[in-house]
Write a new protein. Structure first.
Lengths: 304, 265
């Protein structure tokens, strides 16, 4: 697995990544952050494309930069939209398969298979210069996985894709994670990261602000009580019970008087007490929904 | 040959040959054929021309090939070997592959050098055949060793100039300008200054190895006159070539994929 320890990268006086420590495990991890957070820098460091200024990044204990053995196990899909434009899509992928040590006939077969995997159809035979942005993204992804790497680093892979292609790509990324690959996907599109994974790594000004499963991260944001929506037939009775609980910060009514929005300081305690209450009396609970136990809320609370 | 080397060779040759740049330099290489042919036609029509036969051939080799095409072609192709991918944003694809960086740079360098030598060899051989054949088959056979020696020196020139400009391309952000100053400024000026300084040019050593002086009778010989032996010139050139290549390999080992990471920062 890929391990980063106190990983830092500076560009002169500008900090790209600052003392990041992480372990990339099998499955899909979403890498989030605003523009300039350091996502591309981190991906470049993990992919062995740039050297750390301080700290280390290793694959099973081996440094990655300039190490062919490590690079053979990593596939990187860069964010930049640059190619050898005169090449055809499948030819481009086959060339990079060849550079990974795959003999030519097998490289061509694997290139075709990689293009199938990313749903690049007949367009694979076109010159890259004639392809749409979405197709070019698919070519980039195909070259990242043509040599069957254990680790996939995808920098904004959904950029420029139409909704159908996005859905296909999200499904493919999930498949790769489920197959046991370590996949790190950076994206600005929170709802699509949520569709791929619940495990996130949130970067802000080069530092890791949060990492882990979204609900765990959400619970750890102690300064922001969890908001829970309840709708029930006897909202007043429920509200009067809730307000006395130490885990409840506030209760407010809404809608037709049957809606409650509850700010919860301790989700675990609230859940246990609510289950106990519901087993003792009938309040006609219809809906119980966390309002901000999601990626968008986590992102907003931590970054905004 | 391992698959990575084969892939690199195919890619390098294809990009060099099937490009506007390749076409332009093919035209440059063919230009002296046209000049030689024109002079042969003029001679056939009884028009007196200042140069002919082996003198014409030697002038073309010295003034056009060594003075113009060799430094220009090795500059453009040598600098572009890595700089093109850096500027074009395709370096991440190459550096992210499990190919030792030394192999990445050396395979591309030698493939390009072979193509460039072929270009220069075709130019020289074409002028030789068109120019010297005026004297018949006997003249061709008699002067053939001159052509062969020139081809060997051209090979050395391609390798040393190519290695120099490859190094520039790796070290500098805008290597073409410095390369032009070196290739056409330093090389052509300092190479003619009396004293030790000219040994710091490649052109001086290449000229020492050439089997003939040329141009207006004796003038170039006088300008290039030196006491350096051909063995010393060969050693200097090999030293420079190896030095530039070793430095290039070291520089390649440290190069990073640019653009996206820096842009974000």
């Amino acid at each position: 697995m890929i391990r980063a320890e106190n990983l830092s990268r500076w560009y002169g006086l500008v900090v790209g990544v600052n003392r990041v420590s992480l372990v990339l495990e099998p499955g899909v991890t979403g890498l989030l952050g605003i523009n300039g957070a350091g996502k591309s820098t981190l991906l470049s460091l993990l992919g062995g494309l740039i050297r750390p200024t301080a700290g280390s990044v290793t694959l099973d204990g081996q440094p990655i930069f300039g190490n062919p053995k490590a690079l053979a196990r990593i596939g990187t899909c860069p964010a930049s939209d640059r190619f050898w434009e005169e090449m055809r899509g499948v030819e481009f992928v086959a060339f990079l398969a060849g550079l990974s040590g795959i003999p030519r006939p097998e490289a061509l077969r694997r290139a075709e298979r990689a293009c199938d995997e990313v749903a690049l159809g007949e367009e694979r035979g076109k010159k890259i210069s004639a392809m749409s942005k979405g197709m070019r993204q698919k070519v980039k992804m195909a070259q990242a996985l043509v040599h069957d790497p254990e680790v996939l680093l995808l920098d904004e892979p959904l950029n420029g894709m139409d909704p159908a292609s996005r859905a296909q790509t999200v499904a493919a990324i999930r498949r790769w994670g489920e197959a046991g690959r370590c996949v790190l996907v950076s994206s600005h599109l929170l709802h699509e990261v949520e569709a791929m994974t619940s495990r996130i790594l949130l970067l802000h000004y080069g530092r890791v602000l949060a990492s882990g499963e979204v609900p765990q991260v959400r619970q750890a944001i102690a300064s922001r009580p969890l908001k829970v929506f309840l709708r029930c037939a006897d909202a007043r009775t429920l509200a009067s019970a809730l307000i006395s609980w130490p885990s409840v910060a506030s209760v407010s009514f809404g809608g037709d008087g049957r809606n409650l929005t509850v700010e919860v300081a301790d989700a675990q305690d609230f859940r246990e007490r609510l289950m106990a209450l519901l087993s003792e009396r009938e309040v006609g609970l219809e809906i119980l929904n966390p309002l901000d136990d999601n990626l968008a809320a986590v992102f907003a609370y931590l970054v905004a | 040959m391992d698959p990575a080397t084969a892939a690199l060779l195919r890619h390098t040759i294809r990009r060099a040959v099937f490009s506007v740049r390749g076409l332009v330099f093919a035209a440059f290489a063919a230009f002296p054929w046209a000049v030689t042919l024109l002079l042969r036609i003029l001679v056939a029509r009884g028009v007196p021309v200042p140069l002919g036969g082996v003198s014409l051939y030697a002038s073309v080799v010295l003034l056009y090939l060594f003075g113009f095409l060799l430094p220009l072609s090795t500059l453009v192709f040598g600098v572009g070997l890595v700089a093109d991918d850096r500027e074009g944003g395709t370096l991440p694809y190459l550096l992210g592959r499990p190919v030792p960086r030394a192999k990445l740079v050396l395979v591309r360098f030698f493939a390009t050098a072979l193509l460039l030598w072929g270009l220069h060899a075709a130019s020289a051989a074409g002028v030789f055949l068109l120019g010297v054949s005026e004297g018949g088959a006997g003249a061709l056979l008699r002067e053939a060793p001159v052509l062969l020696a020139d081809l060997a020196v051209l090979a050395l020139g391609v390798l040393t100039y190519g290695a120099l400009f490859l190094l520039l391309g790796l070290l500098l952000r805008k290597p073409l300008f410095v390369g032009l100053l070196l290739g056409f400024g330093w090389e052509n000026l300092v190479g003619y200054i009396p004293g030790f300084l000219k040994r710091l040019t490649l052109l001086f050593h290449l000229h020492t190895l050439l089997p003939h002086g040329a141009g207006p009778q004796g003038l170039v010989e006088q300008m290039l006159a030196s006491t350096e032996s051909r063995a010393a010139a060969f050693v200097f050139l090999v030293f420079y070539g190896v030095l530039f290549l070793v430095l290039s390999v070291l520089a390649m080992g440290r190069i990073e994929a640019p653009a996206a990471a820096e842009a974000e920062a």
